[in-house]
Design a protein around this ligand. Sequence first.
Ligand code: SF4
Length: 267
Amino acid sequence: MFLCSYKNLSVTRVGVRNDPGPQWGARFDLDQDLRPLFPYVNGQFSGAKLRDQPERIQFVLDGVGCTLYNTEVVAAPFGDQKQAQRFVDRIVATLNELYERRDSLRPSYRKAKELPVLALYRLLPKTNCRECGLPSCLAFAGALSRGATSPDRCRGISNPLSHHAVYPVYDRDGNLASTLEIELPLPPDKQGGTPPLTAGGVTGISLTPREIEVLRLLARGATNPQISAALAVSRHTVKSHVTHILDKLGVQDRTAAAVWASRQNLA
Ligand code: SF4
């Protein structure tokens, strides 16, 4: 067995400004160095992001965003504390299984691309107000590009970006350790002009507005033909959307996607 136990488990509230529903995040330490597993996680989990500074890998397991560091794991969001605690055993078992199967797996050392700093900077209000805790908008753009901060830290972009969609996860010292984001449709007065910030390179999950519509219906129990009729698109298109949604969420089936949607208040 590679990982036998964990320690220093903490389960704390996470969430965005104006988010009325509590969400929970978990973090814990391991005695072993997780870095030898990173290439296997990278190779096995669709959408996994291997990053430097600090060295870490982000991926989605059963609809939960996970980040592995050297000897530390953070994961979110969860609907309650018990769910978070149960998930800790799930992730340890998954990592052990990967370790045991590593000789039959293909490792991937490909690093996630960072978003261009100047492209991010152009999306910011450029007031240099420092509300985000960084000395300037350019510094904030640099931190976003590295995945070292969360979009909701800037009040100027959090409203059009998120609506329950960005979940910062903090470590026990109160530092941001990870974020999980989905892209929701912008309100009409926010559409056009400035393009929405996508999740790629910054956070874990980015669903298009159409995929979110499909996911909402799927989570309410609609079949593909019913979704096709409701959205006036072909069944083939619905099937394609569902395939993309499962892939992006890193889940195996519609039930797991529906559970994920319910956790995000999308159902
Ligand atoms: S809070 Fe937003 S506008 Fe203010 S300095 Fe930070 S990035 Fe710039």
